[in-house]
Design a protein around this ligand. Structure first.
Ligand code: NCD
Length: 314
């Protein structure tokens, strides 16, 4: 794998390889010194044209735990504000010779374009409404830890599917791992022909109790150019996941940031069924595994092996 642009770049074996490596890196996070030298001397450039809390901080931490050098670049406060294009920005920053560029932009397809302009490995950290492959991987990892596997699990993805890059990547990844996926939401927020990805579609939550996992999505108002629902209150009355709708054995997921009181009620966010914090934790180890696979991969020695201590004289 040279880049991670789409979750479709990985088949089931590839997803499993990254998840297994992530589990090994999780062991490093429990050590007193949470660092391995696997990417020492390599440079990772985080290039973020959109707001991000979880994704950006976990990519930074992931690269640092692998001992890579990290440069963070945010579009605000840069020459982008003076009109510099994506291409010129990438070419300029390429002069620093990054080994990997982690890219988030509001433009679908931007990661793919950048992969043609420079020699660095490109990781798509979200391109508009298109894809968010590392989110899908960390969600598979979280479910694997919680359920032991996804084969045969019923996963409902609920809410604003139209504007969600997370939904697109997750439908593909969950199905690749053997789960049955249903998307549910108001007809205006479910893209036409989404069932061509292999999922089922529901416009009500009447059958939600059959789900093993409920994956709620944020109402992405920043991407809405028209009125898609009559009001957020109306939306919540039909589609909010709350204590009345969530069964006690169902697992609750959300990619964050959560709008409490809109797609989720406050009580379910804080309930033991919610694995939202575990998803954030998984973000670091899964992104370590992605960076490691792209920049070092199989050619390097075991990245988590503790260094042998010299034998002590008798
Ligand atoms: C998501 C994103 O930015 O696509 N968040 C994330 O990466 N954890 C989802 C969202 O913004 O709602």
């Amino acid at each position: 794998m040279n880049h991670l642009l789409s979750i479709g770049d990985l088949d089931r074996a590839g997803i499993e390889r990254i998840i297994t490596q992530a589990a090994r890196f999780a062991e490093v996070s429990d050590r007193e010194i949470k660092k391995v030298p696997a990417l020492r001397g390599r440079m990772v450039l985080n290039l973020f044209y959109e707001a991000s809390t979880r994704t950006r901080s976990s990519f930074e931490l992931a690269a640092k735990r692998l001992s890579a050098d990290v440069v963070n670049f945010a579009a605000s406060g840069s020459s982008v504000e003076k009109g510099e294009s994506l291409k010129d920005t990438v070419l300029t920053l390429s002069a620093h010779k990054p080994d990997a560029i982690v890219l988030r932009t509001p433009w679908a397809g931007a990661a793919e374009l950048v992969s043609r302009w420079c020699s660095a490995a490109i990781v798509n950290a979200g391109d508009g409404q298109h894809e968010h492959p590392t989110q899908a991987l960390l969600d598979v990892y979280t479910l694997q830890q919680r359920l032991g596997g996804l084969d045969g699990a019923s996963i409902w993805i609920v809410g604003d599917v139209t504007h969600s890059r997370v939904a697109r990547s997750n439908i593909i990844a969950f199905q690749e791992m053997g789960a049955k996926v249903t998307v549910a939401g108001p007809p205006t927020l479910i893209p036409r022909r989404i069932e061509e990805l292999g999922c089922e579609v529901r416009f009500t939550l009447d059958e939600l109790d059959g789900a093993d996992v409920v994956y709620a999505l944020r109402m992405q108002r920043e991407r809405m150019t028209e009125t898609w629902v009559p009001s957020l209150r109306e939306y919540a009355s039909w589609y909010q996941i709350n204590g009345r709708r969530l069964g006690p054995r169902q697992v609750l997921m959300h990619p964050g940031p959560v709008n409490r009181g809109v797609e989720l009620s406050g009580d379910v966010v804080d309930s033991p069924q919610a694995v939202i914090t575990a998803q954030v934790e998984a973000g670091v180890v899964v992104r370590m595994a992605v960076l490691y696979e792209l920049l070092a991969g199989a050619k390097e020695p075991d990245p988590v092996a503790r260094r042998q201590t010299a034998p002590q004289p008798a």
